[in-house]
Each structure stands twice: as C-alpha cells, then as structure tokens.
Design a protein around this ligand. Structure first.
Ligand code: NCD
Ligand code: ZN
Ligand code: ZN
Ligand code: ZN
Length: 388
C-alpha cells in the first residue's frame, strides 16, 4: 500500500481519450505493452486508442485483430476507435457498439485514412449511430465544414486537438473538444535540444498568443488528451519527419505543476480527465475506491528523455515539474507503484467490449458481432448530448 503523507492526494483513475498505440503495424515505435505501461506511469488507467494503425481499424476483421492484440497485451483498460475510410461508411456502423467512436481524419496528418471527399464525410454522418461519438481531426476551414455537418445532421461531434470553437458552443451546438498538453505547455519557439524536427506535430505547436488564448478559454475545453503519438528518434531525425509527440508519462505532472502555480485547480483536471471523458464516450464508471491514483503534490523532479514509451525521447525532457504519480490502483490491484508497473500484460480490459452479464437496459445498445466475441457490455448512457 502507499505510504501516506500530507502532500499525497487521491484522484480518480484518469482517462486519456486520444492515444496512438501503434500496434498493429509499427511496434518499433510502441506496442500495447509499452504504451499501457507508459499510461499507468502517467496516472492513466484507461486509454482510447486511435485507428490509424497498419492495418487501420476500419472493418470488423481489423477490429478483431486489434482487439485480440490489445486484450492479450494491455496492462491498463482501453477502448478502440473505428476509423472512417472512403469505402466503409455503410459497413463500419456494424462495430459501433464495441468501439469508443468513429474517428474521421479530415486534414493531412500521420494517417492513411484522410478523407478528401465531402460526400464521404456526409455518408459517415448519415450512417454512424447518433448515440456513439464521431471524433474529427479538423483544422482551419475543415472545422467550419464539420460544424455545418453537425448542425445539418443534428448530432454531436468531438473535436480532437485544439480548436477555437467558442462561437459554436455559444450557439448551443453539441460540440465537445480536447486539448493536448503540448499545446498548453510548448510553443513553436521551444528549442528542443534534439532539434526542431522534434517539435513537429499536427496541429502545429502554437504561438505564445494562441497558447495564452487556450488558457484564457479553459472553460470551453472539455478534455485534456495526450495525443500520445510516438515516433522514434531516428524517424524524427530523418528527412521526412513524421508529425507527433509522446505524452502519456508527462501530461499529469505538467498539469499538477500548473496547479501548484495557481493556473489550474485539481477539479479542472478531474473534470477533463475523468468526468467529461466518461460522459462524452459513455465509458462505464468504475468504483472510485477500486480505481484511483495517488500523487505527491510536493515532489519536484526533472523529466527524463527515457520512460516506458519505446520512442526513447520526450518533448519536455529537462523540464522541472512538481507533482509525481506515486501509485495507481486499477480495479483493486496495485497496477503501478514508485516507478514500477506491477500488473501483467492482459490485465487491461476493453471498456466497450468485455465479458459482462447481458443487460439490455434502457439507453443501452448491444449487438453480437457473429465472430465469437462475447456480446459487448451495455453502453453507459452519458453524452453524446441530444441535439437541442
Ligand atoms: C498523429 C500520429 O502520429 O499518429 N500525429 C500527430 O501529429 N498528432 C496523428 C494525429 O493525431 O493527427
Ligand atoms: Zn489528429
Ligand atoms: Zn492523434
Ligand atoms: Zn468517478
């Protein structure tokens, strides 16, 4: 058990709704074991995994491949996103009950799933069930197009990465959004000792004034999400630099440092890394006395390049932070304590598709997938909010 001291506080297990696990397809960057170890070290007990893998999670077959890998290797709990492709708009809804949502890539980034054709966007909006989230990677003009789609199809949309969507929220659109720690704590002027390639991410790091605007508009940010996007040092040093930064191990310490500095409260963190993620994605709640983390609010340490992530570097390396994760309890087990992960690969469970007594309760949805998997657990009826 954890040793108690006055500077230790308990928080609920955190939920990161935007993680690139890289398996299947690029396990030299990260895999389900290393990624979920990094999550636990960062105080995160559930990750939602993005579908831009190889193969991408765009079909029932590819869902099974990833679900099997994740179920046998994950050390923390997880959910999987389905990916929208140019060809799967009518078929992908078949897996909607066992995924976190549908991810649509609408701008250039590190993905094979970019959708260029607006008629394809519309097909997805038409076919994907309204009670399961649609999440978009949208930048600039694309944002306006998606707001128009949300309004036309009368459904909620979750915007990944940063956005200035105050106007849309003020109009009452059922829009939610997330912000990544690198957009809150790094600017484009940041001098990375490994080289400026190591700043490359989509969307790009902000200017100081854009970053200030994010902090000033904290009230409309629904979630913090790492967008943990590991690429190796070799890849980031190469001629064709892939965009993306790792973040699982350092998001919470950076946020806790902001609490110590008086820029944020603990409630701000719990709302955006536990309460809202549960609501937006309908994640079944776990009893808080079985799944929680302890952090030492007073401990100051310097972020190292190396951690549990396979990519071997950290964009915040060398920065001094105050606040450290001392232990993590997941479903009653000590999953992580003082730098060590104690739970084995396979301990992690799929929060949207695990063996559970069937209960097709009010507001729940369940479909048997015909592939021999147990029926998915009833989706917890939270958001997406009904369109006003
Ligand atoms: C992400 C990746 O590497 O998978 N990269 C990034 O710069 N954010 C893709 C994405 O989330 O857009
Ligand atoms: Zn993205
Ligand atoms: Zn991402
Ligand atoms: Zn809770």
């Amino acid at each position: 058990d954890c040793i108690s001291s006055s500077s230790l506080i308990k928080l609920p297990g955190l939920i990161d709704v935007h993680v690139h696990v890289r398996e299947p397809g690029a396990t030299h960057k990260e895999d389900w074991d290393s990624c979920t170890s990094a999550a636990l070290a960062g105080g995160i007990t559930t990750i939602l995994a993005m579908p831009n893998t190889q193969p991408p999670l765009t079909s029932d077959i590819n869902y099974s491949i990833t679900h099997e890998l994740a179920s046998s290797k994950a050390r923390c709990d997880f959910g999987l996103f389905a990916g929208a492709s140019s060809f799967n708009a009518t078929k992908v809804p078949a897996i909607s009950s066992k995924v976190a949502g549908l991810k649509m890539y609408l701008n250039d980034t590190f993905t094979t799933l970019k959708l260029n054709d607006v008629t394809v966007w519309m097909e997805h909006f038409e076919n994907w069930p309204k009670h399961v989230p649609i999440c978009v990677h949208a930048e600039q003009q694309t944002v306006a197009a998606v707001l128009w789609l949300a309004e036309s199809y009368k459904r909620s949309v979750h915007f990944c990465h940063i956005l200035l969507i105050r106007a849309a929220k003020d109009r009452g659109l059922p829009i939610t959004c997330e912000v990544a720690p690198h957009h809150l704590f790094l600017t484009a002027e940041h001098k990375n000792p490994l080289g400026q390639n190591f700043n490359k991410v989509c969307p790009s790091l902000a200017t100081q004034s854009d970053q200030d605007a994010l902090w000033e508009n904290m009230d409309i940010i629904d979630c913090f999400a790492t967008d943990h996007a590991p690429h190796t040092i070799e890849e980031k040093s190469s001629g064709k630099v892939p965009p993306g930064l790792p973040g699982l191990e350092t998001m919470l310490p950076l946020l806790l440092t902001a609490v110590t500095q008086g820029r944020l409260t603990i409630q701000d963190i719990v709302l955006r890394l536990h309460t809202n993620p549960c609501k937006i994605f309908g994640i079944p709640p776990k009893p808080d006395h079985e799944t929680y983390i302890e952090v030492d609010m007073k401990e100051t340490w310097v972020i190292p390049q190396h951690g549990f992530t396979k990519c071997g570097w950290n964009p915040f390396a060398g920065r001094s932070v105050t606040g450290r994760v001392t232990c993590v309890f997941l479903r009653g087990e000590v999953a992580y304590i003082d730098g060590k992960v104690l739970v084995e690969p396979g301990f992690g469970q799929d929060v949207f598709n695990k063996v559970a007594p069937m209960d097709e309760g009010e507001g729940g949805v369940s479909l048997s997938d015909g592939l021999g998997f147990p029926p998915p657990v009833t989706r917890y009826p939270g958001l997406p909010v009904p369109f006003p």
